[in-house]
Design a protein around this ligand. Structure first.
Ligand code: ATR
Length: 283
C-alpha cells in the first residue's frame, strides 16, 4: 500500500496508526501505544508523522488511502481535524476539536476527543481525587481547555471558573458550555480573594517555561493543582502549586497516557492497563 504525495508506505500484514502533529519529534505516543500493543497482544504499528502546516488534510487522506486504520491528532491540528470528520462523539462535537480519528468500513472519518476523559480518569482513578462538589479553576481558553469542560461536568463539580489572558475567549467558552452548570469567565487579575479546590492549567504557558499571572492564596486547603502539560522537570505551574502547599501538584503525563488508552480502546476494542505504563514513563 503506497501513497505518492506524502510518501506514506504501510505494510499490509499489520494495522497501522499514527499521531499527526507539527512539531512531532517530542511525541511519546509511539512508545505508549507500543507498550499497550505488547500488553494486549495486538498486532499493530504506531508512528509519529509530522504534517506540513498547509497539508494536514492531504496527509490524513493519504494515510487513510494507504490503508491506515486510525490517527491521533495533536497541536496544531485538532480543530482542523474536527472539520474533517463526518461523525463525532458527544464530547468531540461540543469541544470543536478531535484528537482521535477512526476510518470505518464505509471510509467515513469518525472523530473523538479523548483528552477530557483521559484527564478525568487520571484525576479520579490514578490520583484518587474527587471532582464532585469541587470549585474548579480552569486556566486558559484554547483547544486544550475546550476538550475537558464537558467531561469535567459529568463528574458534577460545584462550579467552574475559566480564567484567560484574553477574556473574550473565556467568555466564548462560557457561552458554549453554560448549560452544563455554574460556568463563568474571568481575567487573571480578578482572581484575587477567591478560592478553588482544583486548579487545572490548560494554557500553553508551561511549554514556554512560563506561568499565568496567578495571585497567591487562591488554592483552598487540601487543594489540588493539575497541569495538562508534562515535562521531565516540574513545570512552573507544578512548582507554583507546591509553593501554595497543594496536597497534590502534578503534570499531565497521566492524562497523556490515559487519553492514549482511550484512543486505543476506540480502535481495538480492548482497554490497556495504564498503571505500569505510567510508572515506566515516570521512572
Ligand atoms: P491549545 O490548543 O494548546 O490550547 P491555544 O488554542 O493556542 O492552544 O491556546 C493556548 C492557551 O494558552 C490560550 O488560552 C492562551 O491565552 P490567550 O487566549 O490569551 O492567547 C494561553 N497562554 C499561552 N501562553 C500564555 C502565558 N504565557 N500566560 C497565560 N496564558 C497563556
Amino acid at each position: 500500500m503506497v501513497s505518492k504525495l506524502l510518501e506514506i508506505t504501510l505494510s499490509s500484514n499489520v494495522d497501522h496508526y499514527a499521531v499527526l502533529g507539527n512539531p512531532i519529534s517530542h511525541s511519546l505516543s509511539p512508545q505508549i501505544h507500543q507498550q499497550f500493543a505488547e500488553q494486549t497482544d495486538q498486532n499493530l504499528r504506531y508512528q509519529a508523522l509530522e504534517a506540513p502546516l498547509e497539508q494536514f488534510q492531504e496527509m490524513v487522506e493519504q494515510f487513510r488511502l494507504a490503508g491506515g486504520k486510525g490517527l491521533n491528532i495533536t497541536v496544531p491540528f485538532k480543530q482542523q481535524a474536527w472539520k474533517l470528520t463526518e461523525q463525532r462523539s458527544e464530547f468531540a462535537e461540543r469541544a470543536g476539536s478531535v484528537n482521535t480519528l477512526s476510518f470505518d468500513q464505509n471510509n467515513r472519518i469518525i472523530g473523538d476527543n479523548t483528552d477530557g476523559c483521559g484527564m478525568v480518569r487520571d484525576i479520579l482513578v490514578n490520583l484518587q481525587q474527587t471532582i464532585k462538589g469541587k470549585r474548579i479553576l480552569l486556566l486558559g481558553a484554547g483547544g486544550a481547555v475546550r476538550g475537558v469542560v464537558d467531561p469535567l461536568f459529568k463528574e458534577q463539580p460545584a462550579s467552574c471558573v475559566i480564567a484567560n489572558r484574553t477574556i473574550s475567549r473565556a467568555e466564548q467558552l462560557v457561552e458554549v458550555f453554560s448549560d452544563l452548570g455554574d460556568v463563568s469567565a474571568t481575567e487573571f487579575s480578578d482572581l484575587a480573594g477567591r478560592e478553588f479546590d482544583l486548579i487545572i492549567n490548560g494554557t500553553s504557558a508551561s511549554l514556554q517555561g512560563e506561568l499565568p499571572p496567578l495571585p497567591k492564596n487562591i488554592l483552598a486547603e487540601a487543594g489540588v493543582c493539575y497541569d495538562m502539560m508534562y515535562s521531565k522537570a516540574p513545570t512552573k505551574f507544578v512548582e507554583w502549586g507546591r509553593e501554595q502547599e497543594a496536597v497534590l501538584a502534578v503534570d499531565g503525563l497521566g492524562m497523556l497516557i490515559e487519553q492514549a488508552a482511550e484512543s486505543f480502546h476506540i480502535w481495538r476494542d480492548v482497554r490497556p492497563l495504564t498503571d505500569s505504563v505510567i510508572k515506566s514513563f515516570r521512572s
